[in-house]
Design a protein around this ligand. Sequence first.
Ligand code: AMP
Length: 392
Amino acid sequence: MKIIAINAGSSSLKFQLLKMPQEEVIASGLVEKIGSEDAGFTIKYNGSKDSKVLNIPNHGVAVKLLLDGLIEHEIIKTIDEIEGVGHRVVQGGEVFNESAELNNVTIAAIESLASLAPLHNKAHVIGMREFKKVLPNVLQLAVFDTTFHQTMEEEAYLYATPYEWYEKYGVRKYGFHGTSHQYVSEEAIKLLDNKKDSKIIVCHIGNGVSITAIRDGKSIDTSMGLTPLEGVPMGTRTGNIDPSVLGLIAEREGKSLEELLDILNKQSGYLGVSGISNDSRDIAKAAHEGNHRAKLAMQLQAKRIADYIGSYYIRLKGLDAIAFTAGIGENSSEVRNLIVDHLEVLNVKLDQKLNTTHGIVGNIASKDSSVKVFVIPTDEEVMIAREVYSRL
Ligand code: AMP
């Protein structure tokens, strides 16, 4: 059976076609710069890759191109072979505490949550409507980044802002990367031989970064908040700061709130501190060449991640494993070292031979470490396909 996982952004559409239940990736790809005359379409299958630059005016054209591409490359014979579609959705608010089948009511509810995630949810809905047009009789599911964190208790998700803000506008912590945290924690629990009441901290460290405390498979706290801006410094995002900074810079530089939020989201983190790049590889290279601000950008992030690990250790009342995932977490032995260096008091220790083995997956802690340290490649698409498969 073939299931397609879709991630629709405002100007992009990523997809992965999987054979289920084998969880085999048959094809994957990306339509980018939708809305422009030099948009791109890339499809990968069977070890080969095909890229084209062409005019893609809207998401409708992008969806058609994608499906035609699958047929043209003989990956499928007709679109009827696709028996399920899973759509990644960033914000499910408090409305969705599980994945939801798409119909007019659920699509409208996802659209109405756009005030909590304006850039993402609107784009997802455009993608969903296009897929509903071409595959009207196939099960289509919305899989939310926030669902996994809906198990947090009030004291973990509520901000100490006026309570009416929560009641009227849904101002609270939702948390993100839920599909990734769920996938990685499930894999970590397997590595712990399905231990009961497991205590795990997942560090999803990519361009976006979030840290989650997971007890017995359930999220009890996470670093991202109302939006993915909260938490630790990321590629271009600040993570937590004193909101008074906004008032000060607004006054000194005459900037609007919108401009300031844009800076906190897009010009801060690694990029803002180093002034060099948002990419961890560029930052590490500059740091090795002696650039102080690049080094600082990495140290600042590692310290703040360790702060979360410390606080979640207390919330979990112990710790079986820390799991590193996403672009940096999976690949950078240096970032893992910087973080673990702060955890001496918890007796977390890495085996340096394992930590520096390229492409390592599994436990990288030393034998005398009190806590296991896992590297687990995340796979949000497989998680989405599993959800769809389980409903068919
Ligand atoms: P993601 O958002 O999960 O795609 O992660 C993007 C980040 O992962 C970027 O900062 C990349 O520099 C980083 N990254 C990807 N591959 C590697 C690698 N082999 N070594 C170090 N960092 C990497």
